[in-house]
Design a protein around this ligand. Structure first.
Ligand SMILES: Nc1ncnc2c1ncn2[C@@H]1O[C@H](COP(=O)(O)OP(=O)(O)OP(=O)(O)O)[C@@H](O)[C@H]1O
Ligand SMILES: [Mg+2]
Length: 245
């Protein structure tokens, strides 16, 4: 573990600003004060579209010093992008191991941020850069390219922040990513991953935080709404579709 809690000191947010984005997003509001614990080396954030997952993971990546466009930590080649309102104020509670990493030179801040909105551009741009991957991902399919990026960049005890890494992946490739994330967790790394995929969220031993109107709540994989919906949909699609068609 590198970070075991994330929070925002309430003094950093003026009372007038709390009626404005991003503080009006319930999961962001939930960070004020004691904040939220990250109870396991691999943590998934699961919730509806617009619930605030990307806002949260981008801020975590920024606060750790990962390339906020998507990319490595400690890179001299990081893309210039202004920190977000939340990223500027987010406090990461480091474990002793994490503190050693974060307080050392920037080059020691090992990790990777997969930003959902810029993932395609990041992959096109960074292929062949020092410290990135050598394989010609531009000659691969969408999913093959991302799997290659993941397999070369997700290595060793770093801090990995991922936003919907399943987007390009087939069922089988998603299982490979599950194995990769599980291995990172066992090897001293930390993963924080926003996902809509019940497959990814099933990494054994992972913590699942459900994001929604209530804020942020730890839950069990088998109690997630998406797991229940997928299970029932695959069993009987027409039960859902008759309300829509
Ligand atoms: N720069 C911004 N300014 C104002 N509002 C924003 C901004 N970025 C996002 N929002 C709003 O914040 C809320 C949370 O957005 P966010 O992108 O974090 O959701 P998400 O959980 O990642 O959704 P999805 O599953 O669709 O990726 C949304 O209501 C969105 O419209
Ligand atoms: Mg998102």
């Amino acid at each position: 573990m590198i970070v075991d809690r994330i929070r925002v000191h309430p003094q950093l947010v003026h009372a007038d600003d709390r009626d404005e984005w991003p503080w009006t997003v319930p999961c962001v509001g939930a960070l004020l004060g004691a904040g939220v614990a990250l109870p396991a080396p691999v943590t998934f954030l699961v919730g509806e579209n617009g619930s605030g997952k990307s806002t949260l993971v981008e801020a975590v990546a920024e606060a750790f010093g990962l390339d906020s466009y998507g990319g490595r930590g400690g890179s001299r080649y990081a893309s210039p992008r202004e920190k977000s309102t939340l990223g500027e104020r987010l406090h990461l509670d480091y474990t002793p191991h994490g503190l050693a990493m974060a307080s050392g030179p920037r080059a020691k801040r090992r990790g990777f941020f997969l930003r959902a909105e810029t993932a395609m551009g990041m992959m096109a741009e960074k292929q062949g850069w020092p410290g990135y991957w050598e394989e010609r991902t531009d000659l691969m399919s969408h999913g093959e390219g991302f799997l290659t990026v993941f397999e070369s960049m997700f290595q060793g005890p770093g801090f990995y922040v991922l936003d919907e890494p399943e987007a390009a992946l087939s069922f089988t490739s998603s299982l490979r990513l599950v194995a990769l994330l599980a291995e990172l967790g066992r090897g001293g790394a930390q993963v924080i991953c926003a996902t809509h995929s019940p497959i990814l969220a099933s990494v054994p031993g992972a913590a699942v935080l459900e994001i929604g109107e209530h804020g942020i709540q730890q839950t069990r994989w088998q109690d997630l709404a998406i797991v229940d919906h997928w299970r029932r949909y695959l069993e009987r699609p027409e039960a859902y579709l008759r309300h829509l068609l």
